[in-house]
Design a protein around this ligand. Structure first.
Ligand SMILES: NC(=O)c1ccc[n+]([C@@H]2O[C@H](COP(=O)([O-])OP(=O)(O)OC[C@H]3O[C@@H](n4cnc5c(N)ncnc54)[C@H](OP(=O)(O)O)[C@@H]3O)[C@@H](O)[C@H]2O)c1
Length: 254
């Protein structure tokens, strides 16, 4: 059987790369990234060693036009349309809401929410035709828990949850699933600052925030994403799955 084609945004780093590693061997991989070419080349070499065709696509994804350009290029390079879409690209732009220019917030919403929606929109026509599709969108526990300075991120990540669950309902009858993975703190380039801070303080400080008592690794998330993209996950749709060492359990501390 022909390997499925997976388009993974942010597939060259952190959680996206761990998902690509877990899919390697069983899928062909189209990995989109922003501008870290060296890292993307390294990721592609690593994944090719696992037996996959891998192509990398540098794109500043910030809305429908850039998402459309990426999608068209992927289709032309592979000669077919992806059956699997993982939206993992994104960066954090923290700032107190009223003290930061609105364009600051607008850009984050474009990069996380609108690009996710755009790539789902672009991918679904072919998935509908094939009566098969797997979509996994990365949200965050910040999508349902508040943190000062993260209004834009919270809006984007809770938007991704509402969007994905509603989409799941609309497309379920065509063999297409759409799920959300919502990580807590995972050690990646995005979180280097907070991870350094926690490691320099004490393990007690980490345990205060994360019941499991340790910081998650991308490998704690990647295999789950890959499972949701597999044929075995056909009955799981519209799920929102936290991967956070218990952080979202809401320990009241008393
Ligand atoms: N790490 C965590 O603790 C955590 C927790 C909750 C949710 N998440 C979510 O998980 C996802 C992955 O995060 P991560 O921690 O794995 O991040 P990461 O290691 O920093 O990787 C981000 C990836 O996205 C790409 N990217 C960023 N902005 C882009 C843009 N505008 N256009 C195209 N590509 C772009 C980056 O490309 P370059 O390398 O070229 O810049 C990189 O490949 C994000 O959606 C994040 O919000 C992460």
């Amino acid at each position: 059987m022909e390997k499925r084609l997976a388009l993974i945004t942010g597939g060259t780093s952190g959680i996206g790369l761990a998902a690509a590693e877990a899919l390697a061997g069983t899928c062909e991989l189209a990995l989109a990234y922003a501008n870290n070419h060296e890292k993307a080349e390294e990721a592609a070499a690593l994944l090719k060693d696992k037996g996959s065709t891998v192509k990398i696509f540098p794109r500043n994804l910030d809305g429908y036009a850039s998402a459309g350009d990426l999608y068209t290029t992927v289709v032309s390079e592979f000669g077919r349309q992806p059956e699997i879409l993982v939206n993992s690209a994104g960066r954090i732009k923290d700032g107190m809401f009223f003290q930061t220019d609105f364009s600051f917030h607008e850009q984050l919403l474009r990069e996380h929410l609108l690009v996710t929606m755009a790539l789902c929109h672009l991918s679904l026509k072919s998935m509908y035709g094939k009566r098969y599709g797997r979509i996994v969108n990365l949200s965050s526990i910040s999508g349902f828990y508040a943190k000062r300075g993260q209004v834009n991120y919270a809006a984007a990540k809770s938007g991704i949850i509402g969007f994905t669950r509603t989409l799941a309902l609309e497309v379920a009858h065509r063999g297409i699933t759409a799920n959300v993975v919502a990580p807590g703190l995972i050690r990646t380039p995005m979180t280097a600052g907070i991870v350094n801070y926690l490691e320099k303080t004490s393990s007690r400080e980490t345990g205060k925030h994360i019941p499991a008592g340790f910081i998650g690794e991308p490998e704690d998330v990647g295999p789950l994403v890959a499972f949701l993209c597999s044929d075995q996950a056909r009955y799981i749709t519209g799920a929102v799955i936290p991967v956070d060492g218990g952080r979202s359990l809401g320990d009241t501390g008393i």
